[in-house]
Design a protein around this ligand. Structure first.
Ligand code: HH2
Length: 258
């Protein structure tokens, strides 16, 4: 999954793809590099973000890009039911919700269509989530949350075959929490639906390497590779070509299917 942020303020590529033509060209570039689908986001959820972009503004950013990319499998990264409904009407293959469909009306918006949905775990909300993340047992708690959300979406009439889960690396988690979740990612795959992992350029990699977001390519590829080895089915990445090469090596060794 290649990331295209149609935002002025995303943590690693904010402002680069706010212009629809630039976003469309970047999506095509990532597909040529070997992405299977593109995740389009029009609201930054970086730590500290107050998430105050209106549905109208989000749609103003997204619509021309959705319409310009009808030939590409698209995921739309949004927490708003209004935006979900338009994205589905425009043909999105997946809705990626960092809030796991907890907004009023979100379950119904997804149940009305037939696209896939990614349910992500987040402790708190982006504005404050990195202030003091706390868990007794992070793996058990995140797993219990996702198991409950799988049950909730199925009860709302969304078929299990449409569901993807994500432990939400960096969303209300310290470096140690993120590493614990990565070590035990297999346990999430055991919940019976595909697991998505998003480590690309995140600040935990900066804590490990001491490098800023623009210099985290090698660290991002390493984290993606470990996630794949530990059962992730979808890797959410900004740098598709490098990640593809790493996965090809892993596949050649016979550890995963490319
Ligand atoms: N990470 C980001 C955004 N959306 N969705 C899922 N399912 N999993 C993630 O790990 C995830 C996500 C943050 O990255 P990015 O889109 O690059 O930044 P920003 O939120 O600043 O736009």
């Amino acid at each position: 999954m290649g990331v295209v942020n149609v935002t002025p303020d995303s943590f690693s590529d904010g402002g680069r793809f706010l212009d629809p033509a630039a976003a469309i060209a970047h999506a095509h570039r990532l597909m040529a590099e070997g992405a299977d689908l593109i995740d389009l986001g029009a609201e930054s959820s970086r730590p500290g973000s107050e998430m105050v972009v209106s549905a109208d503004e989000e749609l103003r950013r997204l619509r021309p890009v959705l319409q310009g990319l009808r030939d590409i499998p698209l995921s739309v990264d949004t927490v708003k039911p209004e935006v979900m409904r338009v994205a589905l009407a425009e043909g999105a293959a997946m809705i990626n919700d960092i809030n796991a469909l907890r907004a009023p009306g979100a379950l119904a918006a997804i149940a009305a269509g037939d696209a896939a949905v990614c349910l992500m775990h987040m402790q708190g909300s982006p504005g404050t989530m990195q202030r003091q993340p706390a868990y007794g047992d992070v793996v058990a708690e995140v797993k219990a949350f996702l198991r409950q959300r799988i049950d909730d979406v199925c009860a709302a009439g969304i078929a299990l075959e449409r569901v993807v889960i994500d432990p939400g690396f960096g969303f209300g988690k310290t470096l140690e929490h993120n590493l614990d979740l990565l070590r035990h990612l297999r346990q999430f795959a055991a919940l019976g639906v595909p697991v998505l992992a998003g480590w690309s350029r995140k600040s935990s990699l900066g804590q490990i390497t001491g490098k800023p977001a623009g210099e985290r390519l090698a660290a991002s590829v390493a984290a993606a590779l470990i996630a794949a080895q530990n059962g992730a089915a979808i890797l959410r990445v900004h740098d598709v070509a490098a990640t593809r090469d790493a996965l090809s090596v892993l596949a050649a060794v016979g550890k995963i299917h490319d």
